[in-house]
Design a binder for this molecule. Sequence first.
Ligand code: AMP
Ligand code: MG
Length: 408
Amino acid sequence: MRDQPLRRPISVAEHRARVAALVERTPVVRLPLTDCLGLVLAEDLVSPISLPPFDNSAMDGYAVRAADLAGADQDNPVELPVAEDIPAGRTDLVPLEAGTAHRIMTGAPLPPGADAVIQVELTDGGTERVRLFRAVAQNSNVRRAASDVAAGDRVLVAGTALGAAQLGLAAAIGRTELPVRRRPRVLVLSTGSELVEPGQPLLPGQIYESNGTMLAAAVRAAGGEAELLRFVPDEVAAFHAALEPRLAHVDLVLTSGGVSAGAYEVVKDALADRGVTFTKVAVQPGGPQGAGRYQGVPVITLPGNPVSSLVSFELFVRPALLAALGHERVDRPRVRATLSQGITSPAGRTQYRRGVYDPASGRVVTPVGGPGSHLLSAMALANCLIEVPEEVTELAEGDEVAVLVLAD
Ligand code: AMP
Ligand code: MG
């Protein structure tokens, strides 16, 4: 098994399908609305109440009978006694008598007998008596009960991604919790005896550990929960000792490093023949990959080079995490763009180059940095991945490419 990976590489699509098959949907739980941002509604949401729940005023002004204002204009105002004051939140409703007005605020309940509201700007603003300088049509400035939602309406369907508007609507119909699939718990485990905690001094040959921070952020951005284990040395016994006690608590283990063709490949040494298959994927960066189950828990092993790690997270892991949450759309937006400069790509591998895509500039994409998988600063400048198909080895300025948009 140890040497099996060096057979024909598998395609990006094949590895993606393997990873997708590994990660199951998480169970449905009820979570407070404040914890639901970015999650997916697991059942249809039906409103027990109407919105608005009662007829109310759309303006600060005066509740009136439209007929009482017939013929009013700037030169011939109608003057009415102000019988009541109705701020928002007043719950006792006094009927409006003909020939009177109630001062009323936005969102306050329309009194029975009133059929219109005239905004304060068209009056003298009086509190005892009010002069009204305009006639109004019936229903003017009135928000009718159920004009937004009728009691019993299905306001959101299962599968809806929950953003600000959806959570606002859930609160507006009186919900405190929603049924969602819980966030997948991901153990992010970084291997490498050269890795040092940021903030500590570096000896020659050491580097700061960065994949853990990066992958944990990527997991969270995809809706998962990340547990970080950052300094696992390149020793099989230490790897097992770090991993084993945590297996029971997580839905997925995501490792970085220790999977390529050299010696001291700790992840490969520890997990090959134990349920995880190590493969070469026809992709650059991120060729060496592994996926499988270890003691029943899904494991995805990413390569250690930071750009390889993040690009393979994008291609393989992010879609699987989104699917686990119940998202229907798991792919980044894919657009066609024109290259601002030529690039080369290895034969037989799909290349994902980091780029800056600017839709405002006529859909032009500019590669940033070279193909090297250690070029993290270029990745940090990029907002997209430029996809160069397996068979293409050269592209010229002005050529059209597919672009995966990562951020605005
Ligand atoms: P590996 O896949 O373990 O052979 O690592 C490939 C390259 O990525 C090496 O240069 C490592 O030092 C680097 N690398 C591996 N893991 C990390 C990490 N967690 N943070 C930063 N660099 C890493
Ligand atoms: Mg390593």
